[in-house]
Design a protein around this ligand. Structure first.
Ligand SMILES: Nc1ncnc2c1ncn2[C@@H]1O[C@H](COP(=O)(O)OP(=O)(O)O)[C@@H](O)[C@H]1O
Ligand SMILES: [Mg+2]
Length: 219
């Protein structure tokens, strides 16, 4: 069955779009899964890069920018996803970080799995606790459960390990062992058509993350 995976957290800058795009390129290049990325963020970062790369004739996974400016967008989103599930093996959703936004809310209602990029600083960890509380409340309200995975992003030498304990288990979130460092390559080379890392380099951190992603999310 096609799984819908949202890359989400509260506030901007945690790396939702970056981690989604890195993961999507690896799924597209390394597997035979048919992937659709739904850009649910009004900023349309994925769609913009996708369009430029399509104009250059590069081959990517499919990207669809969902139009939220309509009456009852959630009804249309559900219909869109029902149709998309017939054609695609996996669907990723890029969502905004605003907890009050309908885009985030309705995307999460439709999701099976939530991937949460987490920056290990006091402010970001507090924001993540807020987001996990939001998920707990939503789970109660909708009688719904997700598989929730946390991925440390922008890791540097001063990772706040003590603070990360506050997160473990909250809303049922499981923290990945692997982490993504704060590196220029992730900022500069993000693409819908090409991969950042050679898949064959087994000790590369991204490849280790992707192995963990595959084990947990390729159902
Ligand atoms: N691991 C990383 N290393 C370096 N820069 C990163 C990393 N992850 C994200 N960034 C940068 O941080 C900024 C915010 O990332 P983005 O993916 O747009 O976050 P979000 O979608 O959560 O708002 C962007 O400039 C992006 O290039
Ligand atoms: Mg984003």
């Amino acid at each position: 069955m096609t799984k819908i995976i949202s890359f989400a957290n509260q506030k901007g800058g945690a790396g939702k779009t970056t981690l989604l795009m890195l993961t999507a390129a690896a799924v597209h290049k390394r597997t035979d899964k048919k992937l659709l990325v739904i850009d649910s963020d009004p900023q349309q970062s994925v769609k913009t890069i996708y369009k430029k790369e399509q104009e250059k004739g590069l081959s990517s996974y499919d990207v669809f920018a969902f139009n939220w400016n309509q009456a009852q967008p959630e009804v249309n989103l559900e219909k869109t996803l029902t149709l998309a599930k017939r054609k695609y093996d996996m669907i990723f959703m890029d969502v905004p970080g605003n907890l009050k936004s309908v885009e985030l809310y309705h995307s999460l209602v439709q999701s099976d799995i939530v991937i949460i990029p987490i920056v290990a600083s006091i402010l970001d960890i507090n924001a993540t606790i807020g987001f996990l509380t939001y998920l707990e409340d939503m789970a109660k309200e909708h009688n719904k459960t997700w598989e929730i995975f946390g991925v440390i992003n922008k890791k540097d030498k001063t990772i706040e390990h003590a603070l990360l304990h506050k997160l473990s288990g909250k809303a049922g979130m499981q923290l990945f062992y692997s982490a993504i460092s704060n590196l220029v390559r992730y900022r500069r080379l993000v693409s819908t058509a090409t991969e950042i890392v050679e898949p064959s380099i087994t000790d590369d951190e991204f490849n280790q993350y992707f192995d963990e992603f595959r084990k947990n999310c390729f159902i």
